[in-house]
Write a protein that binds this ligand. Structure first.
Ligand code: FAD
Ligand code: DLZ
Ligand code: SF4
Length: 514
């Protein structure tokens, strides 16, 4: 009686449920496979990060004396799929069962449920208890609610974990400090230099492998400095607590050309693949506040993202999949413009975000939501290629977290499960929160004509194209009243500018299903 224990690339946690009862005779299987590297056109830095983190994790287990079967992507006989590798390992190792922790993505979970039949051996799928909120807990909260408002979920998580609580009351007398967290970056504010971890020989080998195997994929491999071990991820957390957290709240929504990270933590890639534990990260931030090293608006804002948003999106994903991704309530059908892959656009804001993404497999939340996401929303891009893009290009992207954020929050394709209204914004918002417009060939203050900022006319065009679908939304009533007052000449100018622009960037002008 011995077990094969399959560990996925985003399950790199020593205390993982499938490793806890490891016994002599068992084997841990980890495999780099073409299927996982190819189900989305993942950024090359994302693949390198995951493979290197997997290799380091496997080495750690071996050093502890566990029996590890690690299959390299280019190993002879690699079948290219997790199922194929599980089959091979079961046969060759003589194990009588497979143990795995539930995967983060629906497609893989659906496949794994067939594995007992496919592999001819019992497959035990264990709960992933690295999340703070269980599936049952989320469903109990969601059951019977008309709206799944993140804020109320978050308050329950605060009460249950005791994070930032003073008895039954929230620390500082307020649950939410968001209104303090929307400042522009002042001129001359020092942005701290990031902690950069030099690639070791294992990472260098992986970088060479990815270069050779994925020569045409999106994404730079140069300047790889991400942590690939739990120890180094911990060092990145220390760096953030010491250098970033203090200003995290104030400038959470700010953007600056050429500055990818500002005061953001850049920890999502480690939390999502298991190198950092989300609750521990929250407790470290809370401790910094208790010690007077960071203000409450920053610490609350940071903890809200992890304890609130991160747990909430996972709950939404599993509650509504697979139908969730079939929804397209705004019936958006236009193709994804090429500049999402090339960065070749005259819109300075979009160009900066795409190039940042290409370089680092990272962009911060407001860049994802209010630049590339907002553009896709306003331009009526089909959610499927937009989801594929977000799933591919970020080092932290797995569908359970990517889909609610993209499909729901950025594109409003879910019809309002995630957001009460679309996060649509014109150039004025981008200009308020960034310095992008200063260096743009378009003029943010101009609304129509060849010099006008495309976000300006696309914003009104979006509202017009979706008038029937969105007019009844209470939170949009003011804006639709303004639209009602818009004269026909102005409406025509908006339509014509939008049509001309969409044609110029190579995507059809007519919203097919309008
Ligand atoms: P910080 O700004 O420092 O925030 C701290 C932590 O909070 C993050 O590390 C992350 O763990 C968590 N967090 C913050 N916002 C969210 C959120 N909305 N949902 C879930 N967790 C959150 N995040 C992913 O982890 N993977 C994705 O694939 C992903 N896709 C996104 C797509 C779109 C269109 C949008 C708008 C957001 C997406 N996010 C995604 C959420 C968020 O943008 C990233 O978590 C964040 O930018 C990661 O950078 P950071 O670690 O510096 O975050
Ligand atoms: C993202 C990813 C990539 C690129 N490659 C692998 C891999 O080769 N082997 C593996 O076990 N996991 C990989 N992953 C992570 C998986 O895609 C992830 O575990 C599932 O999407 C479930 O979240
Ligand atoms: Fe972006 Fe418009 Fe500003 Fe140019 S003018 S950077 S397109 S918001």
């Amino acid at each position: 009686m011995s077990a094969l224990r399959l560990i996925l690339g985003d399950q790199l946690t020593r205390s993982l449920a499938s490793l806890r009862d490891y016994a002599p005779g068992d084997t841990v299987l980890m495999a780099e496979v073409a299927e996982e590297a190819g189900y989305a056109p993942h950024h090359r830095k994302k693949i390198a990060f995951i493979f290197s983190a997997m290799r380091h994790f496997a080495k750690g287990l071996e050093d502890e004396g566990l029996d590890v079967r690690y299959v390299h992507l280019d190993a002879p006989g690699n079948t290219g799929s997790l199922e194929g590798e599980a089959r091979r390992a079961l046969l060759e190792g003589g194990h009588d069962r497979l143990i795995v922790v539930e995967p983060g993505e629906y497609r893989l979970m659906a496949a794994m449920k067939t594995w007992t039949d496919q592999l001819g051996a019992p497959v035990e799928i264990r709960r992933d208890d690295r999340f703070i909120c269980t599936h049952e807990r989320f469903d109990a909260w969601a059951q019977g609610r008309k709206r799944l408002t993140m804020e109320y979920f978050y308050r329950e998580m605060r009460r249950e974990t005791g994070l930032l609580m003073e008895g039954d009351e929230p620390a500082g007398g307020q649950w939410n400090f968001d209104s303090e967290n929307r400042k522009r970056l002042p001129e001359g504010l020092d942005i701290p230099e990031r902690l950069k971890i030099a690639p070791d020989p294992v990472t260098r080998e992986v970088l060479a492998l990815v270069e050779a195997q994925f020569p045409d994929r999106f994404g730079d491999l140069e300047d790889f400095w991400y942590a690939v071990t739990a120890e180094d991820a911990e060092a990145q957390l220390d760096w953030f607590i010491d250098r970033g957290l203090e200003n995290f709240g104030d400038y959470q929504d700010a953007m600056k050309a050429g500055e990818a990270f500002l005061f953001h933590s850049v920890l999502s890639l480690y939390i999502n693949c298991g190198l950092l534990d989300p609750l521990t990260v929250c407790r470290r931030a809370e401790e910094a506040w208790i010690q007077g090293r960071a203000p409450l608006n920053a610490v609350e804002g940071f903890i809200r993202q992890i304890l609130g948003w991160r747990e909430y999106v996972r709950g939404v994903y599993w509650r509504f999949m697979p139908e969730y991704l079939e929804r397209n309530v705004l019936e958006a059908r236009r193709p994804l413009p090429d500049f999402y892959w090339t960065g070749e656009t005259e819109m300075a804001c979009v160009r900066d975000c795409v190039l940042t993404t290409k370089r680092h497999a990272y962009a911060h939340h407001i860049q994802r939501l209010m630049i590339t996401g907002n553009f896709a929303l306003l331009a009526g891009i089909d959610p499927a290629p937009v989801n594929e893009w977000y799933l591919a290009v970020y080092a932290d992207a797995y569908e359970w977290v990517e889909a609610p954020n993209t499909h729901g929050m950025a594109l409003f394709a879910d019809g309002g499960i995630m957001a009460t209204k679309p996060y649509a914004a014109s150039g004025a918002y981008i200009n308020k929160m960034s310095d992008y417009c200063k260096s743009c060939r378009y003029q943010v203050s101009v609304r129509n004509g060849p010099k006008a900022c495309p976000f300006n006319y696309l914003y009104w065009n979006f509202l017009m194209e979706n008038e029937d679908r969105l007019k009844g939304n209470q939170r949009l009533s003011m804006i639709y009243k303004t639209l009602e007052r818009m004269d026909e000449d102005k409406r025509r100018a908006v339509r014509e500018d939008s049509a001309r622009f969409l044609r110029r960037i190579g995507i059809e002008t007519q919203k097919v299903s309008a």
